[in-house]
Design a protein around this ligand. Structure first.
Ligand code: CDP
Ligand code: MG
Length: 135
């Protein structure tokens, strides 16, 4: 069974989309192994988004999320990484298809509601960042 890291970003929490997003994940047949609502520090966000540290949007992205509540989750299921990426949709709301979470609800690129790991290595790294070694 494959595990992936999924996070509902502060805009998703603020807009009251937690229930809707969790329903989609569960209805797909994926399992929530763990979840927690936590206040994201800039340290954890900078670590999480390390691969983007030299991009022009990096600081805005971290600033838009820091000290706000995010819902961090570990999701398990066959091909959960690929499945979650498909369900999440493109980061750009103008490219995200209807039927995807971003396609149905997001209207900005930086505040685009949700994150899901894009590879096995990323999933392992991100689960460790947000949940420690226990999972
Ligand atoms: O989240 P995803 O893996 O789909 O996209 P990414 O390319 O890894 O970018 C990470 C996050 O950075 C995106 O989800 C956006 O919130 C943000 N971003 C941004 O604000 N402006 C961009 N031009 C690209 C990404
Ligand atoms: Mg990414």
């Amino acid at each position: 069974m494959e595990r992936t890291f999924v996070m509902i970003k502060p805009d998703g929490v603020d807009r009251g989309l937690v229930g809707e997003i969790i329903s989609r994940i569960e209805n797909k047949g994926l399992k929530l192994l763990n979840l927690k609502l936590i206040c994201a520090s800039s340290d954890i966000l900078e670590n999480h988004y390390m691969e983007h540290r030299n991009k022009p949007f990096f600081q805005d992205l971290v600033d838009s999320m820091k000290d706000k509540s995010v819902l961090a989750m570990v999701v398990e299921g066959e091909n959960s990484i690929k499945l979650m990426r498909i369900m999440v949709g493109d980061k750009d709301p103008l490219c995200a298809f209807p039927g995807t979470i971003r396609g149905d609800y997001a209207f900005e690129t930086t505040r685009n509601l949700i994150h899901a790991s894009d590879s096995l290595e990323a999933a392992e790294r991100e689960i460790k960042i947000w949940f420690g070694d226990k999972l």
